[in-house]
Design a protein around this ligand. Structure first.
Ligand code: ASP
Length: 450
């Protein structure tokens, strides 16, 4: 059995929904279909979720919201017309939206979630009708009825473990299940949503619950690229990578897929396949628990600008018990997450996104480091870019670091820092933001011959 998820651009119009029907019905294993709200039909278009947020905002601000409501209803009306569904579908959607507004309680965050969830909910109802009209019996399933129980962190909810046994029953539904992504209900019965982009999470939960053979995530690119296509022209496609490689590559350039969103599928070790709704015959990218290590040494190179390093020097640091803990405690107290901590005998650096440490926080952190750790020196350097060279095969291959450092030297990019991931499947290089592009080009030549 396959759980299949279609993102916003895959259900943005009647034409796209027709593709969804063709894709799902071309494979009898595609039994559970998770859908997003209609997304953008063109670059300048607005997603239905954003229209719903605007609508809810107008209601909360006590403004006239008729135009905002019409903008949402019109999106579904266009789909209904083009798919030649009964006009009653649109009447029901308008009635549903007005009902949600009428039921608004005191909690604005909860109201916002109820409105946002309407996007996926209506999408699933329309798509279930479209399947049935095309001659393929399909059933809209309401997440609340199916047992998708979430915490009451509105807008940022998490699934509750007790959801899984009940959701597992979805595998016994005879018809094709059309399940709205992005939301569930709290124990009190209120609608709550995952963070934005959360339909991926719904798909991963259902794949784990029914123990699917594969979780197919349909989007609008053929596959994940080995390098950021915005920086490097025509990078090679990745045909298969492991969950660990995907995580290590999760810096910019791999945005096609939200690695956090698929945690339930990763825990259940369900293989994930990223595919293109507009070109379904392309094999896509498989993300799997393990792969043969010698197939391809380096699977991808990701990078992101906007990092900083806090360098701390102290003679005899290696003998000072608790130094690292006390340093990281300061960051924890300030609620700062960090990326890497390369260290030497008398020095340690903490690398983090500059956005996580605005100037006032930086001053406090540096002040505390000086007062509490009494270092010989502490320096914060901004304007760094991280480059991750990632591949399971690196563990076994000789000369991988030499290849990378030579490529960076050829590019004239000074290496500010190197860290070989503890997992030995990645190498991190920090270079100046201004050297990032030329460093990437040179690495692309060295590893992929591009
Ligand atoms: N429609 C929601 C969003 O735009 C969720 C999703 O598409 O995954 O964030």
């Amino acid at each position: 059995m396959k759980v299949v998820k279609f993102g916003g651009s895959s259900v943005a119009s009647a034409e796209q929904i027709s593709k969804v029907i063709r894709i799902v019905t071309s494979d009898p294993d595609r039994r559970i279909v998770v859908v997003s709200a209609p997304g953008k039909r063109s670059k300048t278009d607005t997603k239905v979720t954003d229209l719903l947020i605007a609508l809810a905002g107008s209601v909360i601000a006590n403004k006239n919201h008729e135009a905002d409501l019409k903008a949402v209803v019109d999106r579904y009306a266009e789909i209904q017309r083009d798919l030649q569904l009964s006009p009653q579908v649109v009447e029901t959607i308008e009635y549903d939206l007005r009902g949600r507004i009428a039921k608004r309680g005191k909690n604005d965050a909860q109201f916002m979630d109820a409105m946002k969830a309407a996007g996926e909910d209506c999408s699933a109802r329309v798509i279930a009708d479209a399947f049935t009209k095309a001659g393929f019996p399909a059933k809209y399933v309401n997440p609340g009825d199916a047992g998708m129980l979430l915490s009451d962190d509105f807008g940022n909810a998490q699934v509750l473990d007790e959801s899984y046994p009940k959701l597992a029953q979805l595998k016994d539904v005879k018809e094709i299940v059309i399940f709205p992504g992005f939301f569930g209900v709290t124990k009190k019965g209120d609608v709550a949503t995952f963070p934005r982009g959360g339909s991926d999470i719904t798909g991963a939960i259902l794949a784990a619950a029914v123990k699917a053979d594969v979780y197919e995530n349909f989007t609008d690119v053929d596959s994940v690229c080995a390098m950021d296509p915005r920086v490097i022209e025509n990078p090679p496609a990745i045909d298969v990578m492991t969950y660990r490689e995907m995580r290590e590559l999760s810096y910019a350039g791999f945005g096609v897929f939200h690695d956090e969103a698929i945690v339930p599928a990763v825990h259940a070790e369900i293989p994930i396949c990223i595919k293109n709704t507009n070109n379904p015959s392309a094999p896509g990218t498989m993300v799997v628990p393990t792969r043969a290590p010698n197939e391809r040494t380096v699977v991808g190179i990701s990078s992101a600008p906007g990092f900083c390093a806090i360098y701390i020097d102290k003679y005899m640091m290696n003998r000072e018990i608790g130094f690292g803990r006390r340093l990281l405690q300061i960051l924890e107290d300030e609620k700062i997450s960090f990326e890497h901590t390369p260290s030497g005998i008398d020095s340690i650096s903490v690398i983090l996104a500059s956005a996580n440490i605005p100037p006032a926080k930086e001053e406090r952190v540096v002040g505390r480091i000086k007062a509490e750790l009494k270092p010989d020196a502490v320096v914060v350097e901004h304007g760094l870019a991280l480059i991750m060279v990632v591949g399971e095969g690196m563990h076994y291959a000789v000369g991988m670091a030499a290849k990378a450092t030579r490529a960076l030297a050829d590019a004239g990019a000074n290496i500010e820092m190197i860290n070989q991931g503890a997992s030995e499947i990645s190498m991190m290089f920090a270079v100046k933001d201004t050297d990032r592009e030329k460093a990437l080009r040179s690495l692309g030549r060295a590893y992929f011959g591009i």
